[in-house]
Design a protein around this ligand. Structure first.
Ligand SMILES: Cc1cc2nc3c(=O)[nH]c(=O)nc-3n(C[C@H](O)[C@H](O)[C@H](O)COP(=O)(O)OP(=O)(O)OC[C@H]3O[C@@H](n4cnc5c(N)ncnc54)[C@H](O)[C@@H]3O)c2cc1C
Length: 311
């Protein structure tokens, strides 16, 4: 069993940041190349966005598998080949005499190369109180949390078919769903949405924004704004559905990123700094899928191997 001190004293061949599909694949490929590798993941559970995917039916070899089960399979693979996983969030990268330093909220680790595989996260609404109530009434994943709101009044903020899908996931559980959208929502793509608007199970507020979330321990109400009118809704659950953005804040100003904040990579996953590679959803590769993230993770680890051996 390695101690934190011994982990910090070591100079790894590779540090992988993020244990979603891309980071796990990078860890597996690096270990198979006999590279010393440390995987840093901010959450206790590995798997990244996979954990939130109820069903994956497009990952080759698995015609139908839940995201959670696939993430558990990936974890087993990592454990089998002894990749060390540390539960820590990287907040900064430094380049020090051809060695890289990954600074986490607790420690600093050193390596000769890095693979960044930090994926994407849900966009925030920016309303007051949002951060405070995440996990205490505010959620970004109806698939994960809809069953928690049986017979409760909930809200959904967003637009388009994604928001409609969120509403449909909530309807079997919630008493009433308020659908708040900053657009004018007068076309219902899905029959079931249309029916539930008629019967009053879905209440729509068009051209409306979120002002603030309030409550003591848990979310109790949301204040919304339509034109000049402010309305208070008593609500216990609120689902924000504004899409995703790459998790790259900690490399802004260090690596080249594009206007979507994606890390720019070349064909073999090299970034703008030699020795640093990136893979999966955090990159400018346009397709965000599990099979692509794992393939890129593998490619990034192999590119790191080539870099270390001057190939
Ligand atoms: C609801 C939903 C359904 C989807 N359905 C499908 C589907 O059916 N089929 C399909 O192919 N794809 C699907 N996807 C997309 C797929 O999940 C992603 O393409 C894939 O997970 C990307 O993998 P990744 O490893 O690049 O990033 P992620 O899965 O986002 O993993 C990134 C990891 O990095 C960690 N991390 C982030 N920042 C730090 C940091 N600073 N320090 C340490 N760790 C950090 C995160 O905690 C996370 O574990 C879906 C996505 C969502 C959200």
């Amino acid at each position: 069993m390695e101690t934190i001190k011994s982990l910090q004293l070591k100079i790894y061949d590779l540090i992988v940041i993020g244990a979603g599909p891309a980071g796990i694949a990078a860890g597996i490929y690096a270990a198979r190349k006999k590279m010393s590798v440390l995987l840093l993941e901010k959450y206790f559970e590995v798997g990244g966005q996979l954990i939130k995917n109820s069903l994956i039916d497009n990952y080759p070899g698995f015609p139908e598998i839940s995201g959670f089960e696939l993430s558990q399979n990936l974890k087993k693979h990592l454990v089998k080949i002894d990749v060390i996983i540390q539960e820590e969030q990287v907040i900064k990268l430094r380049n020090n005499n051809n060695l890289f330093e990954a600074v986490t909220t607790k420690n600093t680790y050193k390596s000769k190369s890095i693979v960044i595989a930090t994926g994407m996260k849900e966009k925030r609404s920016g309303a007051d109180g949002e951060e405070k109530f995440i996990g205490r009434g505010i959620s970004y994943c109806a698939t994960c949390d809809a069953p928690l709101y049986r017979d409760k009044i909930v809200g959904v903020y967003g637009s388009g078919s994604e928001a409609e899908r969120t509403i449909l996931e909530l309807l079997p559980f919630a008493k009433v769903v308020y659908f708040i959208t900053d657009k004018k929502y007068d076309t219902y793509n899905l029959e079931e949405v249309k029916r539930n608007v008629k019967s009053g199970n879905i209440i729509i507020r068009n051209n409306t924004s979120i002002k603030s979330f309030e409550g003591k321990e848990n979310l109790e109400k949301v204040f919304i704004k339509t034109g000049k009118r402010i309305e208070e809704l008593k609500i216990e659950g609120f689902f924000i559905n504004l899409g995703y953005s790459p998790v790259t804040d900690f490399v802004i100003g260090f690596l080249k990123i594009n206007n979507k904040k994606e890390i720019i990579i070349d064909l073999i996953n090299r970034t703008s700094i030699k020795g640093i590679f990136a893979a999966g959803d955090c990159t400018n590769y346009p397709y965000k899928q599990v099979v692509i993230a794992t393939a890129q993770g593998a490619a990034a680890a192999l590119s790191s191997y080539r870099y270390l051996h001057g190939l």
